[in-house]
Ligand binder design. Sequence first.
Ligand code: PMP
Length: 433
Amino acid sequence: ERQATSNSDIIGYRKQHLGKSLSLQYKVPIKMVRGAGQYLMDQYGRKYLDTVNNVAHVGHEHPEVVKAGQEQMALINTNSRYLHENINALAKELLETLPPELSVLHFVNSGSEANELAIRMVKAATGERDIIASEVGYHGNTNMCIDISSYKFDGKGGKGAPEHTHIFPLPDAFRGKYPGKNTGQKYAGEVKVQIDKVYAKGRGVGGFIIEPIISCGGQIELPEGFLAKAYQYIRKSGGLCISDEVQVGCGRMGSTFWGFQLHGVVPDIVTIGKPLGNGHPLAAVACTQEVADKFANGMEYFNTFGGNPVSCAIGAEVLRVVKREKLQAHALVVGNYLKKELIAMALNFPIIGDVRGQGLFLGIELVNAKMEPLAAQTDYLANRMKDHGLLMSIDGPDHNVLKIKPPMVFSQENAKELVFYLKKIMAEDFMQL
Ligand code: PMP
């Protein structure tokens, strides 16, 4: 019989034998033992409403997704050098959601791998290696991904931008370089500045990578007109445009299936991750025929696990569930409702400086009357919400943005619950922290 281990034993073992740069959430870490829909359960049977996990896209341990994985696991799992229907089935499900220009897929196992491959494609297709990316952007944990992630190299332990990475200011219309309305053209101008910097070094532009809503930046919605103009500048320079949809993709935006579609553009490369496997490691890169042809320069692309029958069974089922349960339309209705409620709340709680986002990908930015970030108060709110059984995460360069990105089955009742507890806790005396 298995002996139960105490939480302090688990923590002790981790400290001794797991990498020190792994972190734990909350001052008193939680041990989760079950997931179902938008809920998690800890070892004491305590239930939490999860507004953090956009990986469990169609709900934690969705029965149809679990079944698809279990059934295929019992039959066969191999690499993609053998024929199998599942890889084509997943490809067909994905292509149905993408514009016709993006017609070729490569399957990988994580968002980092997807962006890593996207950058390799850029290099192969353009012959250039200079990449333009946003301030506070995050694109993954591999060497190349860290090299294009200002969130990491400009943060603790980082050494600043490498020679071939060019960072433009966070296109934040609330507290950024160009606040206010109609700032899209100004921020796109900053992308142009970086293009000219590459030219000045006697080199050409490889590519441009950005999330449609900058998650680690604090749920920053790209200002109107920004992406279309930035793409125009990049393409004129001969560069390729990558949309990192690892966080926002697969219907979460509500009004569109992919984030780039909010901006009326078609990227050359789209990277897809977290939600596609609903918790199973599965990711993908979609690209144009032209990019795919240039990437296939004779060198084989082999990926031991990418596109295996188990992962593909899971991914195809996730996309079918999104359709069957109409989760994109649901994200639009519930997200709009929640956003409206939060905006209304801001009238009574002036520390809510901004409410932003699309569908079920929202952010609440907390500031004082001088527009200074309230990090300690944001931390207080997240911890008090946890005391009431609601999990929320914090992000943004100043750690003052509460993020809301729950499993897509998050209901209107859940939204009401969230607003109820936020109001209750915001009425507490915590401004002196
Ligand atoms: N891109 C974005 C926008 C992400 O948020 C992440 C993960 N947080 C990644 C890429 C990397 O994905 P993974 O952790 O699956 O490698």
